[in-house]
Design a protein around this ligand. Structure first.
Ligand SMILES: Nc1nc2c(c(=O)[nH]1)N[C@H]1C(S)=C(S)[C@@H](COP(=O)(O)OP(=O)(O)OC[C@H]3O[C@@H](n4cnc5c(=O)[nH]c(N)nc54)[C@H](O)[C@@H]3O)O[C@H]1N2
Ligand SMILES: Nc1nc2c(c(=O)[nH]1)N[C@H]1C(S)=C(S)[C@@H](COP(=O)(O)OP(=O)(O)OC[C@H]3O[C@@H](n4cnc5c(=O)[nH]c(N)nc54)[C@H](O)[C@@H]3O)O[C@H]1N2
Ligand code: SF4
Ligand SMILES: [Mo]
Length: 729
């Protein structure tokens, strides 16, 4: 009988990076609990942490490379897989040029140390302009705003929630999502603590969300109208004499332009658009400004909409002109122990690129060497020089996660070659010729590069692998080290010397890099931070609350904030046209506006092969308001057919007053019932994909980011085939 052992590890499934205490007996996991001594998460976990063991145990998870042969898959050796992948990439590039190989990196990429450190070299070897990622179905507007204003796309303000007195949450549901661009484990308790110390928080969301239910106030907003609201809030600040940027003012260029830029928006002329009474908007602004410290925070719901970049810009402007940027309790910047931002700004070069080149078909701008994924299918399907002929998909499922996923799927099916670095044969990877599967988080070491930089408190934590992987398994780091090395050579095979070098790198490169970064990082000297020290601190190390850091940390050479960058403000006329266009012109009377919804037991598209994550009532359900339900003769439990310009889907409906009239909410990440998907539990709980409705030609014109919220749709009641069959039979 094996003895029980207790391990400490960080969860990497979402941005909250909770500390875990995992008890094992031999190869069995006995329990997964929150680590009470983690200085950031303080014992918090969510239901998904338990799914880590399901992932580890899942017999349908690939452990060895597979090659597709028609509809069948055969296991092949790693050597054969690497050789074929590199040969095929090189062949396509020799025939059609470098840009003929497209790459897509999904969300878990940034949660994996191996991908973060080593995929870069591989992508550099591919050297294609056709680089895409989940960034452009998510937070691209944040990067564009931060890059232009602060000089670095990752210098992103985070609410100092633990010291904040007044918080406005716009288009985010952290109680369910566990926070995003705000690493905030245990957000429920943190928000309750804010209230307990006399503070207040408001939620602005078309749905009365779980977070809204806890809030002091909730306003139902019309989807896609937030930029008007935000601009009107800024005008209110000026009109009511509340403009007070404080000592930061001397470090800002363009502050004198803001009032005029936003003057066309006043609470009184946006209230119909937004659905929030002018006097409430004014009151909210007054209360915000009266608080000792306050933070306006806006996330997914306001970034994946028609004016997403303007929204993210206006949010930073509002925090700045009310004196809350870089102030305790306001919108602050985390200081990570591994300061990857600093490296980018070194050598006097600009740390940020935007619009340096444009995509071939739709001429959308690159941001940091990436093009918006809204145009991936165009680049796959439009013939001519530069057309994508081969794809590398890393930890992503764009068939379910990007707008008009069916078109992406169809385009993938026509490729000359596709490789996926993924553990599953899913809706996307079923199109691959070869799949290289990495080991799970429980079998690899981890340090979170990204999310310590977005956390509400400065901490650091290193996790050892809990289980050792079987000798024939590779982790992400090993896969990318080997791919990069083979790509670099004229022949894809390795000689003895290469093999020795690779073995050394696989064993030591990550630890060496990490140790070096920790030592030369901001806490190297002050806290004696080394990898050894971090390894010894099994629960992680507390590095204190957020600290003011401007103007020193700005990346513009002159250390000034550009508060009104021309690249952004020139999009204001588009917003203005939207403001003055009449309601009838804009939306047909029959349309509803589609928004998304997250659920505590989902992780985008990929946790549905776990029984624990899928059991119980179906969750791929549309929420609509009773008024709209009545109009279309729908009741809870019935099926609705939802149409958009892109396609239509059918799903169950739930009638609720928790959603604004005229809005329909459908979660993403479902729709597993596609031919060839080898995830039986997911297929059993397939649901439908909302991205068969979203439209890849509807994007934020400034950044190219997808519009996933505020998509016009129509609905009609259906008797599903099974229902009508039952009715007859
Ligand atoms: N309509 C609508 N669409 C949306 C959203 C929405 O709210 N509404 N949300 C958007 C957002 S915010 C995001 S981030 C995207 C996500 O979009 P994607 O990143 O494209 O999709 P995921 O569902 O996260 O798929 C992740 C894939 O990575 C694999 N994987 C998991 N862990 C690892 C690992 O450690 N290594 C490797 N190599 N592979 C791994 C999984 O098996 C899975 O296939 O979806 C977006 N799509
Ligand atoms: N359980 C779970 N947690 C997750 C994920 C998951 O799939 N499941 N995904 C992770 C990922 S990749 C991300 S990026 C984060 C995202 O984390 P959040 O940004 O918190 O995202 P959501 O929970 O989708 O919340 C977005 C909110 O915006 C609202 N909304 C929609 N349209 C509008 C609008 O026009 N205006 C306003 N004001 N609000 C609007 C929606 O009703 C919703 O409540 O969550 C992460 N955490
Ligand atoms: S909140 Fe996120 S990091 Fe924490 S346990 Fe859940 S999935 Fe893991
Ligand atoms: Mo995301």
């Amino acid at each position: 009988m094996n003895e029980e052992r207790i391990h400490h590890q960080a969860c990497n499934l979402c941005e909250a990076i909770c500390g875990l205490e995992i008890t094992t007996r031999g190869e069995e996991i006995v329990s997964i609990k929150g680590d009470k001594n983690d200085p950031l998460s303080q014992g918090h976990i969510c239901p998904k942490a338990i799914a880590l063991q399901d992932l580890y145990k899942d017999s349908e998870r690939l452990r060895e490379p597979v090659r597709r042969n028609g509809d069948a898959w055969e296991t092949i050796s790693w050597d054969e897989a690497f050789t074929q992948v590199v040969n095929q990439i090189k062949k396509v590039q020799a025939d059609y040029g470098n840009d003929a190989v497209g790459t897509y990196q999904g969300n878990p990429s940034i949660h994996s140390l191996g991908i973060m450190l080593f995929a870069r070299n591989f992508l550099r070897q591919i050297n294609s302009r056709n680089r895409y990622s989940a960034t452009s179905v998510d937070q691209l507007p944040h990067h564009v705003a931060a890059g232009l204003m602060f000089g670095h796309s990752m210098l992103l303000p985070v609410p100092d929630i633990d010291r904040c007195d007044y918080m406005i949450i716009l288009g985010a549901n952290p109680l369910v999502s566990n926070g995003s661009i705000m690493t905030v484990p245990n957000v429920g308790n943190r928000l309750k603590a804010l209230q307990a110390r006399g503070g207040k928080f408001c939620v602005i969301d078309p749905r009365k969300t779980e977070t809204a239910a806890l809030a002091d106030e909730h306003f139902f907003v019309k989807p896609g109208s937030d930029a008007h609201l935000l601009a009107a809030m800024i005008t209110t600040v000026f009109e009511e004499g509340l403009f007070a940027p404080g000592k930061l003012a001397q470090h800002i260029i363009g502050l004198d332009k803001i009032e005029a830029l936003c003057a066309a928006w006043r609470p009184e002329n946006v209230e119909t658009q937004c659905g929030i009474p002018a006097m409430e908007i004014r009151r909210m602004v007054r209360e915000f400004c009266a608080a000792d410290s306050a933070a306006l925070y806006g996330r997914m719901g306001v970034s994946t909409q028609e004016f997403g970049s303007l929204c993210q810009w206006l949010i930073i402007v509002f925090n700045t002109i009310t004196g809350n940027l870089d102030k305790e309790g306001g919108a602050m910047f985390a200081q990570p122990a591994v300061d990857f931002l600093k490296q980018a700004g070194a050598k006097g070069k600009s740390a940020f690129s935007f619009g340096g080149y444009h995509s071939r078909v739709k001429k959308l701008p690159e941001m940091q060497g990436e093009l918006p994924v809204t145009t991936l299918a165009d680049e796959l399907l439009t013939e001519g020089e530069g057309q994508i002929k081969a794809m590398v998909v890393i930890a992503g499922n764009p068939v379910l996660s990007t707008p008009n996923g069916q078109r992406v799927s169809q385009a993938f099916s026509q490729l000359d070659f596709m490789v996926a670095i993924d553990s599953y044969i899913n809706e996307t990877t079923r199109h691959a010729d070869i799949i290289l599967p990495p080991a799970t988080i429980l079998e690899r070491t981890h340090y979170d590069i990204i999310f310590h930089a977005l956390a509400v408190r400065n901490t650091a934590r290193y996790s050892e692998a809990l289980f050792s992987k079987s000798p024939n398994q590779y982790n992400d780091a090993e896969i990318f080290l080997e791919l990069a090395m083979r790509m670099q050579k004229h022949s894809p095979s390795l000689n003895v010397l290469d093999k020795l070098k690779l073995r050394y790198l696989k064993k030591h490169a990550a630890a060496f890099w990490l140790n070096h970064q920790l030592k030369r990082g901001p806490y190297g000297k002050s806290h004696g931070l080394t990898l050894k020290r971090l390894r010894a601190a099994k629960n992680g190390i507390d590095l204190g609350p957020l600290q003011p850091c401007l103007p020193q940390r700005l990346f513009h050479q002159d250390k000034k904030i550009r508060i009104a960058p021309e690249e952004i403000t020139r999009d204001l006329p588009r917003l203005h046209r939207d403001l003055i266009s009449s309601e009838q012109e804009k939306s047909r009377k029959e349309s509803l506006l589609l928004i998304g919804r997250r659920d505590p037991r989902t992780c985008n598209s990929w946790l549905h092969n776990s029984k624990r994550m899928t059991k119980g009532k179906a969750r791929c359900v549309a929420h609509i308001h009773p008024h709209d339900a009545k109009k279309h003769q729908l009741n809870t439990g019935q099926y609705v057919r939802v149409h958009s310009a892109t396609g239509s889907i059918e799903l169950e409906v739930l009638v609720t007053t928790d959603i604004k009239q005229g809005v329909i909410s459908i979660p993403h990440g479902w729709g597993h019932n596609l031919p060839g998907v080898k995830m039986s539990c997911a297929v059993e709980h397939a649901g439908v994909s909302v991205n068969d409705l979203t439209d890849n030609s509807f994007f934020d014109r400034l950044s190219g980011n997808a519009v996933l919220n505020g998509v016009p749709v129509t609905i009609e009641a259906v008797l599903s085939t099974t229902q009508s069959f039952l009715a007859i039979g």
